[in-house]
Design a protein around this ligand. Structure first.
Ligand SMILES: [Zn+2]
Length: 254
């Protein structure tokens, strides 16, 4: 986009809300109020310690066993059921939520939108800015299966989201060691059972050095502070049991 065409927070939120509407119409979203209440309480507790606490954050669980999560602009976070089911403790689950919040706080999608002239998302922006949307145009502009929503972030963006996530977790009173543990768990699972993790590894290239980077960052936090942080809660275990009790996902793993 040309100079002076930067995307304001209001525009970002409008784009995110439109994309969320499309995503919610097309993906199987868990409607269980108990699951959604916990997810939103946990998500808000992390989001509210960031520099973008003013956003109206929304957290959704996608009813699929794949290990994946994604963030839309403006504070719409989606976490797959498979993430909760693979988490032993609250801090592991929270680390995935914190990573996605990190992408929003760092405005990674917004920066991509500002750079992606002529791409689908450019159409979306133009549509939002001119207010001439009709449903057909909106449909053309937002391709949920395509790059516009599921934008691939760079390795640098991923590393920044990890780092932001560790900071957010500590500020929210949650033990950040859940993050490298979750990565290790996934590496182990990928080695034994590659199917079902493909989506996460496609969207979030994961290498040992990423695990090491988060460990190094955590090692720089005062151990006296780390000792005060929460690793698990009864509320999380109740949430996980509730997730496990839901009817099987409607679609097979991709
Ligand atoms: Zn990411």
């Amino acid at each position: 986009m040309s100079a002076g065409c930067g995307i304001s927070q209001q525009q970002e939120v409008q784009v995110g809300a439109e994309q969320a509407q499309q995503v919610n119409a097309q993906l199987p979203i868990v409607q269980d109020p108990v699951v959604n209440r916990y997810l939103n309480i946990l998500g808000d507790s992390i989001a509210h310690v960031t520099s973008r606490a003013d956003l109206d954050w929304h957290f959704y669980m996608v009813n699929t066993n794949d290990f994946n999560a994604f963030a839309l602009p403006g504070g719409y976070i989606y976490v797959n059921r498979g993430v909760a089911e693979r988490s032993d403790r609250m801090d592991q689950f929270a680390s995935v939520v914190a990573h996605e919040i990190g992408h929003v706080v760092l405005r990674h999608s917004v920066k991509q939108m500002e750079q992606m002239q002529g791409a689908n998302v450019g159409v979306t922006i133009a549509c939002v800015l001119t207010g001439v949307c009709n449903s057909g145009l909106a449909q053309a502009g937002i391709n949920v299966a395509g790059q516009a929503v599921f934008a691939k972030f760079s390795r640098e963006d991923e590393a920044q989201a990890d780092a932001a996530g560790v900071d957010e977790l500590v500020r929210a009173g949650i033990n950040p060691n859940g993050m490298p543990e979750m990565f290790q768990k996934l590496i182990a699972e990928r080695q034994s059972k590659p199917a079902g993790l493909e989506a996460w590894f496609t969207d979030h290239p994961l290498e040992e050095d990423r695990v090491q980077a988060t460990r190094d960052q955590i090692a720089r936090v005062n151990p006296a502070i780390i000792r005060t942080l929460t690793s698990d809660t009864r509320a999380f275990q109740d949430f996980k049991s509730r997730v496990r009790s839901l009817p099987a996902p409607p679609v097979a793993s991709r």
